[in-house]
Design a protein around this ligand. Structure first.
Ligand SMILES: NC(=O)c1ccc[n+]([C@@H]2O[C@H](COP(=O)([O-])OP(=O)(O)OC[C@H]3O[C@@H](n4cnc5c(N)ncnc54)[C@H](OP(=O)(O)O)[C@@H]3O)[C@@H](O)[C@H]2O)c1
Length: 298
């Protein structure tokens, strides 16, 4: 059994599942999640504000984790709370402080990054492609990656894409249903491609990486590329809904500069990990949603 595992962002969409699956696995002597504004589902945990490096240092020194899975970040889902200052303090400086502490104490670090580090192109991105972000969020995640690599070369960097699941429904599912039910304006892009990943597949891949002595970049994305519109429609069908009224549109019509086609290949990562990184169709054929939106889920 390994020593204590610390999961930052333990109340986040991904962090919650990492904590639950880590506890289930029994592989760690202790599993601790950090929380910031939102309390953990399990109640206990370690209060941590990544934008306060001194507090971060003392919290880590007190717990002395053997392994850290760093999922916490400020993301566009936060809306106006996601200022450039918050991006820099939390995603960049906070991650750098964490990586520095982990390197100094010889602590295993798995850092979660994003496909937002790229601007989009026709060809698929491999682990060897150099980050070229076009949004402030993407720039913060790219800077964080560079700092992790420089400060803690033994760390693993897990790049991922849109995260989805049904326990509870993820923000993309909620958005699609809200659009269908007329509670939300806007549309889903038909010309923006991603490789969505089932939250449990991602959580298992991160836990596997945490137990391996592998450094460098890993593409923990799903094995199927699809547009945001097709993804939204698939999520609605998965929850036994009818996606025919789902509003479709193009990024050019939106007037916002966004990464368009970001197809990320996971071939190399699949060869190195046992964890499955399934495509959307494969997940939805195998995983049954127990509930209907917006009802209750068991
Ligand atoms: N969701 C996606 O589709 C997606 C796609 C690509 C990459 N990623 C990456 O995957 C990771 C997890 O994403 P997610 O969807 O689980 O995000 P999430 O649900 O927004 O959770 C993020 C977590 O970070 C915490 N956090 C924010 N500011 C903090 C601070 N100053 N100090 C400490 N903790 C702080 C949040 O706590 P509070 O809410 O309490 O502030 C929350 O628990 C992130 O690194 C993200 O960049 C996500």
């Amino acid at each position: 059994m390994s020593g204590p595992l610390l999961v930052t962002g333990g109340a986040g969409y991904l962090g919650r599942r990492v904590l639950a699956l880590a506890a289930e696995s029994g592989a760690w002597s202790q599993v601790v999640g950090t929380y910031h504004r939102t309390p953990l589902a399990t109640g206990a945990g370690l209060a941590l504000d990544l934008s306060d490096p001194q507090a971060l240092d003392s919290a880590l020194t007190e717990l002395r984790p053997q392994t850290i899975i760093h999922t916490a970040a400020v993301s566009p889902a936060l809306g106006s709370a996601m200022t450039n200052q918050a991006l820099w303090q939390v995603n960049v400086q906070g991650t750098a402080a964490l990586a520095q502490w982990a390197a100094r104490t010889n602590t295993r670090l798995v850092h979660v990054s994003s496909d937002a580090i790229w601007g989009g192109r026709d060809a698929a991105y491999t682990e060897a492609d150099v980050p070229a972000p076009i949004t402030p969020y993407g720039a913060s995640k790219a800077a964080a990656e560079a700092l992790v690599q420089a400060l803690h070369p033994q760390a693993a960097i897990a790049r991922t894409s849109l995260i989805y699941g049904w326990q509870p429904p993820d923000p993309n599912t909620v958005m699609a249903f809200e659009m269908l039910q007329g509670q939300r304006s806007g549309f889903l892009f038909t010309d923006e491609t991603r490789c969505p990943i089932f939250v449990d597949d991602l959580a298992r891949a991160l836990l596997e990486l945490a137990q391996l002595d592998l450094a460098g970049v890993f593409h923990c994305v799903g094995g199927q590329a699809l547009s945001r519109y097709d993804f939204g429609a698939a999520l609605v069908r998965w929850h036994a809904g009818d996606p025919s009224g789902l509003p479709a549109g193009s990024t050019s019509a939106s007037g916002v500069r966004r990464p368009s086609q970001v197809i990320v290949t996971n071939t190399r990562t699949r060869m190195r990990l046992h964890s499955r990184l399934r495509g959307v169709e494969e997940v939805m054929a195998e995983e049954v949603v127990h509930g209907t939106y917006p009802g209750s889920y068991q």
